[in-house]
Design a protein around this ligand. Sequence first.
Ligand SMILES: [Zn+2]
Ligand SMILES: [Zn+2]
Length: 266
Amino acid sequence: MTNPRQNPTAGGWGHLLQKPLHALLDLIYPLRCAACAVRLTDSGDARTDFCPGCAAELVPVKLPFCDTCGEPFAGGMTAPFKCPNCAGLRFDFDFAISAWLSTGPLRQAIHRFKYQRCLHLRAALARRLHDAVADSRLVEMHAPDAAERWCVVPVPLHSRRRRERGFNQSAELARLLARATGLPFRDLLRRSRYTTAQARLDRKERLANLAGAFRPARQAVRHLQGKNVLLIDDVFTTGSTTHECAAVLKKSTHAAKVIVLTVARG
Ligand SMILES: [Zn+2]
Ligand SMILES: [Zn+2]
């Protein structure tokens, strides 16, 4: 059985705009480009969340891309393949996908969202995240009874980092994706260690930094056992964070599949 509170009517983003609070916010904060913050005047631009100049610079991930990590590959390859980055590695997630590259305006929008407390950008970024569910390998999650088998789990932040930032960016995105897809939102991973910033570390250092950093919440096994998990993060870079989360999801909560979905690929 699914919990109706966590499965509001599926289908589109219209309900987000119908809320009176959002209507009020639109009056106070008129729609602006998610990247350069220029005011959007055309309703078509408002739907795309970016001004025409920034929208033209968004880079989609196109085929062919790595079957495991989603890294795009220049060339005419058509069969599934493993990229050189993944060749010697083993990931505990099944595969990772993003519809966009983390460059230019999208990178800027993610940066504003995460580090400049532009929480309102979550809707624009969740729409870019949602673009990734069109992947043919996710066809099962669009079945009418998918909410019984699939759920959406964010990569957790340590409570101290969440207090510093004011919110967990992955949880904000995951909650909106859950609403748009009608799948249950399960914020059931915990980050038990306050790790140093990952940005300057290479993959080996990242893995050492993250070892034992994640654990399941108390209700995790009950809700995640045997389920297919969409694991949500903002950007996929080396895959070490999502690999560690996937290891916990599979080994401790016995999730069936873990598929990493991110707004962008670094
Ligand atoms: Zn712009
Ligand atoms: Zn790869």
